[in-house]
Design a protein around this ligand. Structure first.
Ligand code: SF4
Length: 290
């Protein structure tokens, strides 16, 4: 089962002392001083899950070691969301681990050329080195990859790389057409029948990870008998990632006869509008022949 995290969104620059608390069991709270942050972390009862530290670049916050130590000493498991480049320096990686960082989450769009092309910077090798150092130090590393038209042919190469460097969790995410993402979804979204085929081809790697999650898709993109693949639909993902769609679920004629229908809320409307009903028809044709 997915853990529910307390997320600390920490500021940078002049806003370093402002920390936004996003807790699964209370309203948002913004601490305005380090004292307030300390109090709040101490009062958050331990054993509920992971304290995940996010923000523009949380490893650059001047209080990051203090925050990690504070969360660890209060009984929490500490995770940081970062691009991992900082950890390409083994000594720096060790400093974070010594303070109590146990998990790291990061994002990779593909192998070197694809990732660098999408982020527009030559960061891939440093990220990989950072992940390797963390794995050597016993840190659990989670990598997220978003499906889009630029990386759909690269998933197998990326899977091989992630297995090779010892990544423990791989999260395969669909885009959510929400707010600024609506236009982007039209340009780079991937139809569900392609997602199904990619997942089917990738399934040979799944046992090499401790956890594989597929997020923001309906049940029918998941290949048969893929017990290892944990699915979190667009309508559930807000609890875990804060990324659920605002769209109403939509079911069509395929849903009426679908074996997953009782546990599935359906497609999002944008998907049908962009890719048409043929997308779903193709998906079910492929399911029948695989
Ligand atoms: S109910 Fe519809 S959306 Fe859900 S799994 Fe079945 S066909 Fe897919």
């Amino acid at each position: 089962m997915t853990q529910k995290n307390l997320v600390l969104n920490i500021g940078g620059g002049n806003k370093e002392d402002q920390v936004l608390f996003l807790s699964p069991d209370s309203k948002e709270f913004e601490a305005q001083s380090y004292e307030e942050t300390k109090q709040r972390i101490k009062n958050y009862s331990a054993g509920k899950g992971v304290v995940e530290i996010i923000g523009g670049n949380p490893t650059e916050n001047s209080r990051i070691y203090e925050i990690i130590e504070l969360a660890k000493d209060s009984g929490h498991i500490v995770s940081i969301n970062t691009d991992c480049r900082k950890f390409s320096d083994m000594e720096k990686a060790r400093d974070f681990v010594d303070k109590g960082m146990k998990m790291v989450s990061t994002e990779l769009h593909g192998t070197r050329d694809i990732h660098n092309d999408i982020v527009g910077e030559d960061f891939f090798e440093d990220i990989i080195k950072g992940i390797e150092n963390l794995v050597e130090l016993g840190v659990d590393v989670k990598v997220s990859t978003i499906f889009h038209v630029k990386n759909v042919d690269n998933f197998e190469d990326l899977a091989e790389k992630l297995v090779d460097i010892g990544v423990s969790e791989w999260v395969l995410e669909g885009l959510v057409p929400k707010e600024f993402g609506v236009e982007r979804y039209k340009e780079v979204g991937v139809p569900h029948h392609m997602v199904f085929e990619i997942l089917r081809d990738l399934s040979k790697f799944f046992d090499d990870f401790e956890v594989v999650k597929i997020v923001n898709f309906p049940e029918c993109v998941k290949p048969f008998d893929e017990e290892k693949l944990i699915k979190i639909s667009y309508f559930e993902s807000v609890e875990y990632f804060g990324s659920a769609t605002d769209e109403e679920p939509f079911k069509n004629e395929f849903c009426n006869s679908c074996e997953f229908s009782d546990n599935c809320r359906g497609f999002i409307k944008s998907n049908l509008e962009i890719f048409g009903e043929e997308n779903i028809e193709k998906l079910w044709e492929k399911r029948k022949t695989n």
